[in-house]
Design a protein around this ligand. Structure first.
Ligand SMILES: C[S@@+](CC[C@H](N)C(=O)[O-])C[C@H]1O[C@@H](n2cnc3c(N)ncnc32)[C@H](O)[C@@H]1O
Length: 371
């Protein structure tokens, strides 16, 4: 059982004021420990400030498909410049920047090949899809204070067409195509880990709410041949899922149901409901309503599984920073701690909510509760 640790005692404000004073920092940096702390802090701040450049180097490497290209054969900047039709000096600078970040590595004869991180990008369709949709985040974060004032970003709220206080109008096929494809492709990064964390062999019928194009359920059906599954999502998403499924061998155990969970009936009869990357897209009041509705349709003994990235709270976390700003850009939703998710479940009548460790806590943590 997970026992939460007590929060650390807050630092006295007087100490904060001292540490924030330039005169104190100047005096402290003349001592060996003070110098070490100052160097460390400077490094950390530089890392933060250069994040924008690091992300764009990554973006250029991915857009130019360098890791796969260089996996075929390492190349020199001159060779790459001819192939990519870019100035040789620019290519050299990009290669050196990417080498410094572990994306590329130097090889014999002044050539470059993929580095450790570059190799991890090769044939990693889910991650590449995630990176490709980052253009809308850059647009929304161009002026972060303007984003804070607006409380919503044009790029992200358009991308996630059900978000951003868009009211009750059902999104159309064109507006869901981008996110539905992204969700399907990125399931490759998480479905296996979620199913490892919570094996479904004891269940008969699973309902995946906000199931997207059905990729998560297909992975579950692959593992457990006795399982029946229903994926419920907005009608336009279900239409896209049908088109995608028509291109693969038929799966009779998977039913697709279109609807809006705020007003349409929830498909009856599951003994397990899954919410994969769904709750964090919504504010607490919407989550409370949804969880309570699900609770009232579930028989005693049924289970609910929540899988999504959750906040770390303690210590530095690039993931937390990313998702806090991401949901701000979307105009709805929030990154919650596991304790906050458990509390919402409890308030909606779910019992015994517990964490299940996953192999990819960066992308999804799992909480399972009982009806
Ligand atoms: C972030 S996506 C996650 C998709 C899928 N579970 C996955 O992890 O790949 C959230 C999904 O919830 C669906 N959704 C949002 N609001 C909904 C609503 N009111 N009724 C039904 N589905 C909804 C969206 O269409 C989208 O497919």
């Amino acid at each position: 059982m997970h026992t939460p640790r007590p929060p650390p005692a807050p630092r006295p404000r007087r100490l904060d004021r001292l540490l924030a004073s330039a005169a104190f920092r100047d005096r402290a940096s003349r001592l060996p420990v003070g110098r070490w702390v100052a160097r460390r802090r400077a490094g950390q701040l530089f890392e933060l400030a250069s994040g924008v450049v690091q992300a764009q180097v990554l973006q250029a490497v991915v857009r130019l498909d360098l890791p796969l290209m260089l996996l075929e054969a390492p190349q020199s900047p001159a060779e790459l410049s001819r192939r990519l039709d870019l100035p040789e000096d620019s290519v050299l600078r990009l290669c050196e920047a990417a080498r410094a970040l572990g994306l590329l590595s130097r090889r014999a004869g002044g050539r470059y090949g993929p580095g450790g991180l570059g190799l991890a990008l090769c044939n990693n369709d889910g991650l590449l899809a995630m990176l490709a949709h980052h253009d809308c985040i850059y647009d929304d974060l161009r002026d972060p204070v303007a984003l804070l004032e607006a409380g919503i970003g044009a790029g992200l709220s358009r991308y996630w067409s059900y978000a951003g206080g868009g009211g009750r109008e059902a999104p159309d096929g064109e507006s869901v195509a981008g996110y539905t494809a992204l969700m399907g492709r990125s399931q490759a990064l998480i479905a296996g880990a979620v199913l490892d964390a919570y094996p479904m062999r004891r269940h008969r019928r699973v309902l995946d709410l906000g199931g997207g194009d059905g990729t998560f359920l297909l992975a579950a059906l692959d593992r457990w041949p006795h399982l029946q599954a229903v994926s419920f999502d907005l009608p336009a998403v279900v239409e896209a899922a049908r088109e995608r499924l028509a291109r693969r061998p038929p799966e009779r155990r998977l039913e697709l149901v279109g609807g809006d969970w705020r007003c349409d009936p929830i498909p009856p009869g599951p003994d397990l409901v899954t919410l994969v990357r769904v709750l964090h897209d919504h504010e607490d009041d919407v989550v409370r309503d949804l969880l309570a509705r699900l609770r009232s349709t579930m028989r005693p003994g049924g289970r609910l599984l929540v899988a999504e990235p959750m906040a770390q709270r303690r210590g530095r976390s690039a993931k937390d920073a990313y998702f806090h700003m991401y949901f701000l850009g979307m105009g709805q939703g929030r990154l919650r701690t596991p304790a906050q998710v458990r509390r919402l479940l409890r308030e909606a009548g779910w019992r015994g909510a517990q964490m299940r460790p996953t192999a990819i806590p960066l992308l999804a943590q799992v909480v399972v509760a009982l009806a």
